[in-house]
Write a protein that binds this ligand. Structure first.
Ligand SMILES: Cc1cc2nc3c(=O)[nH]c(=O)nc-3n(C[C@H](O)[C@H](O)[C@H](O)COP(=O)(O)OP(=O)(O)OC[C@H]3O[C@@H](n4cnc5c(N)ncnc54)[C@H](O)[C@@H]3O)c2cc1C
Length: 312
């Protein structure tokens, strides 16, 4: 049976590769065992070729954006982790009426994208300032900040299918909803690789844009988003529960609860943090304890926003 090294040599792509590298270094929780092979393609063709070839060989492959929404198991990830971090290009094309399409590679950080928009006097992205993660990951998750969803500003997404064929598709609003995109399980393009996306932005006064972005970042700091390693909110909010998930977990006394070095933060019951050296097993146990108690004591079914990846 060919080894991963044989496979990666054979497909002849432009990429940086490391073996058995700790995933704790590649996600915001700072938790996780080694990836068999972490491959960072240097161009979109290489990314699409790697994605398609792994599929054809039946090799497991996980696509990594900024790692801001995942909990990686202590035993790590078998097969290939396709790290999109090098695909961070930006392009702008003017539109009629003074607006513009701001297109970016999947690996560009969302905060960098916001700064690009600001520098060009383009409005529409400022609510996302300070959110960790990449363009690709935020499209996959249909990330949402301050009542604004990524899909409300997206114009098109370019992706590669399982055969490596690339397509640029205009946004179909019917395919997107609260924290859901067609790239997630069950969606029309589940398993496809997002290579880039474009955002339809309107002309705006840079000073006003900068003020909103500063306010968003300050609010996140005030809410303790960057105080300790986390993946942001652990559970989705569901209006039918009558209160935000953080309030429900507060009512259950979860604030400050700990298993080992995995803890519910002292300042927000829906933000779980790594106090230093937390294991994935402990973090997952804490997440499951919250879900179980919400079910048994409040009769609500909490849906995890954080994705469990790899072997626990
Ligand atoms: C402090 C903090 C605050 C946060 N605040 C918010 C918030 O306000 N709103 C919000 O919605 N989220 C928030 N998050 C969560 C996170 O920032 C978002 O979900 C973000 O969009 C994840 O992007 P990522 O690139 O890190 O994705 P990752 O965590 O790397 O991946 C998430 C999923 O997307 C898939 N994926 C990533 N890139 C691609 C690609 N190119 N092609 C196909 N699939 C891909 C991965 O395979 C995985 O299934 C927060 C997280 C932190 C740590």
């Amino acid at each position: 049976m060919p080894t991963l090294r044989d496979f990666l040599e054979k497909i002849n792509i432009r990429a940086r590769t490391s073996f058995d590298e700790s995933m704790a270094l590649h996600c915001s929780f700072g938790i996780g065992g080694p990836a068999d092979a972490l491959v960072r393609p240097l161009d979109p063709e290489s990314a699409a070729r790697l994605h398609a070839a792994a599929r054809a060989e039946g090799l497991p492959l996980f696509v990594l954006g900024g790692g801001a929404n995942i909990l990686v198991g202590d035993r790590g990830i078998r097969g290939i982790v396709l790290d999109m971090g090098e695909l961070d290009w930006v392009r702008v094309s003017p539109e009629e009426g003074g607006g513009a399409l701001l297109a970016a590679g999947a690996g560009l950080g969302v905060d960098e994208l916001c700064l690009e928009a600001l520098c060009r006097g383009l409005g529409g992205l400022e609510d996302f300032a300070g959110m960790p993660g990449t363009v690709g990951g935020s499209a996959f998750m249909n990330a949402r900040c301050y009542e604004r969803e990524v899909s409300q500003v997206l114009s098109w997404v370019e992706s590669a299918g399982p055969d490596g064929a690339r397509a640029r598709r205009p946004l179909d609003p019917n395919e997107w909803s609260y924290k859901r995109s067609p790239y997630q399980g069950g969606g029309a393009r589940a398993g496809d690789l997002i290579l880039g996306a474009a955002f339809a932005l309107a002309p705006a006064e840079p000073a006003a844009l900068a003020a909103t972005m500063r306010a968003r970042r300050a609010d996140r700091e005030h809410k303790g988003h960057y105080r300790l390693p986390s993946a942001g909110s652990v559970f989705k909010n569901d209006r039918s529960f009558g209160a935000p998930t953080g309030k429900l977990l507060d009512a259950l006394g979860f604030r400050g609860r700990r298993i080992g070095a995995a803890a519910v933060s002292d300042w927000h019951a829906n933000i779980f943090v790594n106090l230093g050296g937390a294991s994935a097993a402990d973090m997952r146990a804490l997440i499951e304890a919250a879900r179980d108690e919400a079910r048994s004591r409040l009769g609500v079914e909490l849906e995890s926003e954080v994705l469990m990846v790899g072997e626990f």
